[in-house]
Design a protein around this ligand. Structure first.
Ligand SMILES: *Cc1c(COP(=O)(O)O)cnc(C)c1O
Length: 349
């Protein structure tokens, strides 16, 4: 069976990184967030392409991702781990030179005892209440922690995709209050924060979704094309039904294409009966339920049915599909499963 194909444009990822680097302004270093396997697109290929473009700071969610990334990119670039130094992480952090973003007194103690002198960063909570030390905890440990020279002190914005939201200014003020004058590189902004302007840039920015072509970076170049192979074509007579639970009934004699991908491949079941696939620019409605490995599509109006139909393409970007599925581009991308054959283009390799 022909695999469904996920085409990933590394040149577009590089162009998006360069654009966000330019937006981050002079004096600010632009890193790259490659957690969750680069939002589903392949951290090894993406990180190597971004290294060739000049990226030297990479961010992952957990130490295991840092191990895989280090093996892919070699010595040299810094790899920061958002979840910090968790129990069981010590060997990975020490052996592969990862930089844990310590987010509690407990983690500070663990890191200083297990790997004295090893690099680390600090994660502060400025109001999101998710991860990081809060003001009181930070005040207590700051003298010791700063004496050990952290590589980076960071926090994360909760509402950066909504520029007018008062939470942005509140978190900025709190971050300044907690860190002004510490003499250590600082980072506050992911993609959304970069777009809020220079006040938010500090020394290092950490874009993720914008690199991969997603909102809130409206000017992003599209990165992904997802083509699903047609594996059967059938005529369905008026009055017959298609798929689980008979949710679609042919009003006229119809031609139905069965394509090989389903909710196990990140095509949410909520797309049943409302998504659109594209045949060389011509829309074709999904009919009936999305099943685990298959989707059924009405192609009655096509004179020629192509060998594959597109779910993510120029006519329907990641965020368009996310709107139909009532989610966000991040979830669409990270849901694209391991069964797709990932084809890479460009990247300066
Ligand atoms: C995921 C994440 C980022 C990247 O966010 P985007 O919105 O994808 O740019 C940056 N910082 C932290 C702490 C994150 O968890």
């Amino acid at each position: 069976m022909a695999n469904a194909s996920l085409r990933i444009d590394l040149d577009a990822i590089i162009a998006n990184w360069r654009a966000l680097d330019a937006a981050s302004g002079p004096g600010t270093e632009t890193g790259a967030v490659v957690k969750a396997n680069s939002y589903g697109l392949g951290a090894d290929r993406v990180a190597r392409a971004l290294m060739r473009a000049g990226a030297r700071k990479f961010f992952v969610a957990v130490a295991e991702e840092g191990v895989a990334l280090r093996q892919a990119i070699g010595e040299g670039p810094e790899i920061f781990v958002f979840s910090g130094h968790m129990a069981g992480d010590t060997d990975m952090i020490g052996d592969l030179g990862l930089i844990p973003m310590l987010n509690s007194l407990e983690q500070v103690t663990r890191h200083f005892e297990a790997l004295p002198g090893a690099p680390f960063g600090v994660q502060l909570d400025t109001g999101m209440n998710r991860l990081g030390m809060e003001a009181g905890e930070w005040e207590a440990v700051a003298p010791i922690v700063l004496g050990a020279e952290p590589r980076l002190v960071m926090s994360h914005l909760a509402c950066a995709d909504a520029p007018e939201h008062p939470m942005n200014a509140a978190q900025l003020a709190e971050f300044r209050r907690m860190t002004d004058g510490i003499g250590v590189p600082r980072s506050l902004s992911a993609t959304g924060g970069i777009l809020l302007g220079p006040d938010y840039h500090f020394d290092v920015t950490r874009p993720g979704i914008g690199l991969y072509g997603g909102l809130p970076f409206e000017e992003a170049q599209p990165v992904v094309r997802l083509s699903l192979p047609v594996i059967q074509l059938r005529d369905v007579a008026q009055g017959e039904t298609v798929g689980y639970s008979n949710t679609w009934e042919a009003e006229i004699d119809s031609q139905i294409a069965t394509v090989a991908a389903g909710y196990a491949d990140g095509i949410h079941r909520t797309l049943s009966g409302c998504a659109t696939l594209w045949a060389d620019g011509v829309p074709c409605p999904v009919v009936g339920r999305v099943s685990m490995d298959l989707i059924t599509v009405d192609v009655t109006h096509l004179s020629d049915v192509p060998r594959s139909l597109d779910l993510i393409c120029a006519e329907q970007g990641v965020d368009d599909l996310a709107d139909v599925a009532q989610t966000i581009g991040y979830e669409i991308l990270t849901g694209l499963g391991p069964r797709y054959a990932r084809h890479y283009h460009g990247g300066g390799a």
